[in-house]
Every structure is written in C-alpha cells, then in structure tokens.
Design a protein around this ligand. Structure first.
Ligand code: MN
Length: 209
C-alpha cells in the first residue's frame, strides 16, 4: 500500500532539501544551532543528494518518495537515503520554537484512547527512543485504527514495512544530539519534548486518517 503523507513529492528533477521554517538557533537551548545547521545542511542534504544520484536516469525518477521506500526496500541506496530524506522532512516539520505542551482535540483524544494518557504515551515513546540500540528513530504512528509506538534502526521507518504511518518521530542518531548532550541520550529526549509542535503533529494526524 502506498500512503500519502505531507511529503509526497514526485519530482522528475530530483528531490529538494526542504527549507526549515525557523532559524538554526531557534530551538535553543534544547537543540543547539551548530547541531541544527550540520544536521540540515550536511546530513539531510547528503541523504537528498545521494537519493537523487541513486534514482537519476532510472525508472525510479518518476516515483514518489513513499513509493520508493516501499517498492525499492531491497535497494540499499534508495532505502537508506530515501528514508533519510523522508524521516528528516518529517522531523523538521514537527518541531518549533513555540513547541511543548500537550495536544488537544481529536489527536489528544486518540492519544488518551490508545495509551490511557498523554504522560503514558510520552513515557512509552521515550522508552522506545532510549532503547533503540545504535542509530535510529522512535515513532508515534497511526496503525490499524489506533495509535502505536515503535522504533526502527538506521534510516528505516514504519512506512517501509506498512506497520504504520508516522505522525511524530525523534532522531536518536548521535549526530542529532552529541554536541550538547554527549552520550546523554535521555537528557536530549527529555529536552526534545519542549520543541514538539503539537499543532503540526495534529495536522499530519488529520491528513493521514
Ligand atoms: Mn539525522
């Protein structure tokens, strides 16, 4: 199944690095400016360039990013760089200098229904992020009619295996936090909740229902 997400783009000229909607230093003190700049302009740009190089001149040029991730799962270059492209596009979009707090409305209700409470969801999500060994991501997804939490290694994501549609994700690669937090991944995860833009997450939730 091919899902539509806010990052569904078919561009035969190649995929473009999305612009951030805030400055590199806007998420301080929770995420430092140097980390943000390197993460966006080097890491995400690198995944974008390598994805484009992998698909250029092939039939994959005409495929959307979700289709590439699902249909070309066995192509390591497309899986790793396509995942890196999509995952970071989601990541930037669900953070904001005006983040934090808790979701209301239908997303807030869905979280209560699936996890009992917002605090229980945070606890389970943080545990998934903490216990992902090595590099990877933790996700809050729309699953089979409810919300679910999981983690994936490297640049994989739940879209690739059809196990859910991510509406929130945290990057737990060391490049996402090491400058400010060193090996203290727990402190990074705890601080990260302060920059989560629940309005943006709610918009994605509504769009994928
Ligand atoms: Mn990253």
């Amino acid at each position: 199944m091919i899902f539509n997400t806010p990052f569904s783009v078919i561009d035969t000229m190649g995929f473009e690095l999305p612009e951030l909607e805030y400055a590199y230093d806007a998420l301080e003190p929770h995420i430092d400016a140097e980390t943000m700049e390197l993460h966006h302009s080097k890491h995400h740009a690198g995944y974008t360039a390598k994805l484009n190089a992998a698909i250029e001149g092939t039939e994959m040029d005409a495929m959307g990013i979700e289709e590439l991730m699902v249909e070309k799962f066995d192509n390591a270059a497309v899986r790793n760089n396509g995942g890196g492209y999509w995952n970071h596009s989601l990541f930037w979009s669900i953070m904001s200098p005006n983040g934090g707090g808790a979701p209301s409305g239908s997303l807030g209700n869905a979280i209560d229904d699936s996890f009992g409470s917002f605090e229980s969801m945070k606890e389970e999500f943080s545990k998934a992020a903490m216990t992902r060994f090595g590099s990877g991501w933790a996700w809050l997804c729309v699953g089979n009619g409810d919300l679910c939490i999981c983690s994936t290694p490297n640049q994989d994501n739940p879209l690739m295996t059809g196990s859910g549609i991510p509406i929130l994700g945290i990057d737990v690669w060391e490049h996402a936090y090491y400058k400010s937090y060193g090996p203290g991944r727990a402190n990074y995860i705890q601080a990260w909740w302060n920059v989560v833009d629940w309005g943006a997450v709610a918009d994605i939730y509504e769009s994928v229902l």
